[in-house]
Design a protein around this ligand. Sequence first.
Ligand code: ZN
Length: 240
Amino acid sequence: MLAHGRVDEGDLSAEWVFTDRHGGVSAGPYASLNVGGAVDDDPRAVGRNRAIVASYVGAESLARVHQVHGRAVARLDRVLDEPPHADASVTSTPDLALVIQTADCVPVLLADLSGGQVAGIHAGWRGVAADVVGAALDQLDPAGPVHAWVGPAICPGCYEVSEQVRDEVAAVVPAAASSTRSGTPAVDVRAGVLAQLASRGIAGTLIGGCTFESPDLFSFRRDGVTGRQAGVIVMRRRDG
Ligand SMILES: [Zn+2]
């Protein structure tokens, strides 16, 4: 796995993980820990990989959303056979492991332990422009600090977009406007997410680096046919 951590507050704790592409059973372009189900990988391998990732946080399965680059937030209290169309999930159910699947977009994990909730968010440039981060934060009810971990994503140096896309995102979040290494228009999706968190008084912690540049991570922009890595968060209540 790429990184793993935990935060404790009173009777509650939140454990989070960002995976890399190693440690799974998928082959070829999906090698090896692909958790994405919509990328033509062997479904049995994806199922085993999801169980492996769930075990990283002591869970048996992962509660997914069907990510569509929008701003809908799904409130989950169990693992659903048919995941709802949404780009963020929120739960107040202890031991329910939420997963976000990415390969260049930003995975964001939130812990609002004072409000007894955790959340996962998927944000590419469309999600940044739609402020899916704000939509997820609207679902929280914090009386204390909200912890935010911002996982690996494509960096602006590698992420060329059209001028139109850059302008569309910049109109919403100026901090997301950027340039590639060769000086063409780019979007800095992680800077956009950090700015959206900061506008609510939340200091996000960056985890990992650029997916495009790291051979240890899946990158859709780099490889086209590829897998998805996971960001997972689970809340726990201390027994007794
Ligand atoms: Zn890069």
